[in-house]
Write a protein that binds this ligand. Structure first.
Ligand code: DAT
Ligand code: MG
Length: 155
């Protein structure tokens, strides 16, 4: 099992898409293990987007991400990092495939509704940044045996 970080970005919250975006991940079978609406400040965003500091779009990205609340979600499941990235679609809404979140709900390149960690290493860092050491809740979903074939062929 992997845990990954998703952010519903300011445009997703302002456009009242939080429920629909979360529903997609839940319907897939991913488990919510952390959930929080919050404003992001510049120091946190500088750490979160540190890899992009030298890019021309960096200042605009930080301003956009600090402009309105975001919803931070910790999601757990088999290959959760890659599954979430696939479900988000390509970075630019105008290029993202239909069927993906960005492909279905975004046409802007900058305002692309969601963030998802791009590797297990990034996920670990981002989960620590957004939920702290003990902010993720470990719980066992009651439908685990139906979402996964954990009975090992017994059914
Ligand atoms: P992703 O969010 O798909 O992981 P990324 O990490 O490369 O994409 O970039 C972070 C965010 O920065 C992205 O969601 C939107 C913005 N961004 C990336 N490239 C951009 C560009 N060329 N022009 C404007 N915004 C860009
Ligand atoms: Mg990224």
């Amino acid at each position: 099992m992997e845990t990954t970080l998703v952010l519903v970005k300011p445009d997703g919250v302002q456009r009242r898409l939080v429920g629909r975006i979360l529903a997609r991940f839940e319907e897939k079978g991913l488990q919510v293990v952390g959930l929080r609406l919050r404003m992001l400040d510049r120091p946190l965003l500088e750490r979160h987007y540190g890899a992009h500091r030298s890019k021309p779009f960096y200042e605009g990205l930080v301003a956009y991400m600090a402009s309105s609340p975001v919803v931070a979600v910790a999601l757990r499941g088999k290959n959760a990092v890659a599954v979430v990235r696939k479900m988000m679609g390509a970075t630019f809404g105008s290029k993202a495939e239909p069927g993906t979140i960005r492909g279905d709900f975004a046409v802007s390149d900058g305002f692309n509704l969601v963030h998802g960690s791009d590797s297990p290493e990034a996920a670990a860092k981002e989960l620590e940044l957004f939920f702290g050491a003990d902010g993720v809740v470990d719980w066992r979903p009651g439908d685990m045996e139906w979402v996964y074939d954990v009975s090992d062929g017994a059914r």
